[in-house]
Design a protein around this ligand. Structure first.
Ligand code: NAG
Ligand code: NAG
Length: 224
């Protein structure tokens, strides 16, 4: 499976003029054909090739979740777990919102840490980060493996910790490897390794290790 993060350059400096999205993607496992789609890879396998909103079932057949599927970037199948492009939705939010998700799949949103955890438990995912600036310059970073608290019985208690490895440079640099192993932090759930509250200081939320915003190379999750 693959996951991707799509983020725009200059986010920290001009948030309302940038867009970013984060998605995941993976290879379909063999499944009974009647099974409901777990992710955008399954939607793709059903024959859909158009970018847009589809329903996936990361936590079981009775709980549909709308999500944006990127079916065009690098052969598609990307399940976008964060999308930002016009500043209409605030990403400076607390733990419960980041846990459960917020926004709308046809606009800006965050899919939710619990959904991400459940997805990455079920299949192996790649992660892709895409950045774009005002002049439509693009760059990306890819990671061959991505998971959220893979060995935790209770992922929330484990802090929805980030695991990424296998960096592939697409011009965006490696902003995530440094944070691998970290728990997720929001202003009301400070789980970073720093004396200060990085999420509050940055008006954002992320798998912060320290408040080394400069290391994030122009992208991070959360923020104004
Ligand atoms: C942002 O985009 C969404 C979805 O396209 C739209 O509904 C909303 O009006 C836009 N907001 C702004 C502030 O441009
Ligand atoms: C960037 O792309 C958008 C849509 O594709 C276009 O409307 C806009 O003019 C482009 N901006 C620049 C600076 O090329």
């Amino acid at each position: 499976m693959k996951v991707s993060l799509l983020v725009l350059f200059l986010l920290l400096h001009a948030p309302y003029c940038l867009s970013q999205s984060l998605g995941i993607r993976g290879d379909a496992l063999e499944k009974p054909c009647a099974q409901q789609p777990l992710d955008c890879d399954d939607i793709y396998a059903q024959g859909y090739r158009t970018d847009g909103v589809y329903l996936i079932y990361p936590s079981g057949p009775s709980v549909p979740v709308p999500v944006f599927c990127d079916m065009s970037t690098e052969e598609g199948k990307w399940t976008v777990f964060q999308k930002r492009f016009n500043g209409s939705v605030s990403f400076f939010r607390g733990w419960n919102d980041y846990k459960l998700g917020f926004g709308r799949a046809d606009g800006e949103y965050w899919l939710g840490l619990q959904n991400l955890h459940l997805l990455t438990l079920k299949q192996k995912y790649e992660l892709r980060v895409d950045l774009e600036d005002f002049e439509n310059n693009t760059a990306y970073a890819k990671y061959t493996e991505f998971s959220i608290s893979p060995n935790a019985i209770n992922a929330e208690e484990d802090g929805y910790a980030l695991y990424v490895t296998g960096f592939v440079d697409g011009g965006a640099g490696d902003s995530l490897s440094y944070h691998s192993g970290q728990k997720f932090s929001t202003f009301d759930q400070d789980q970073d390794q720093f004396v200060q509250n990085c999420a509050a200081l940055s008006s954002g939320a992320f798998w912060f290790r320290k408040c080394h915003f400069a290391n994030l190379n122009g992208f991070y999750l959360g923020g104004p």
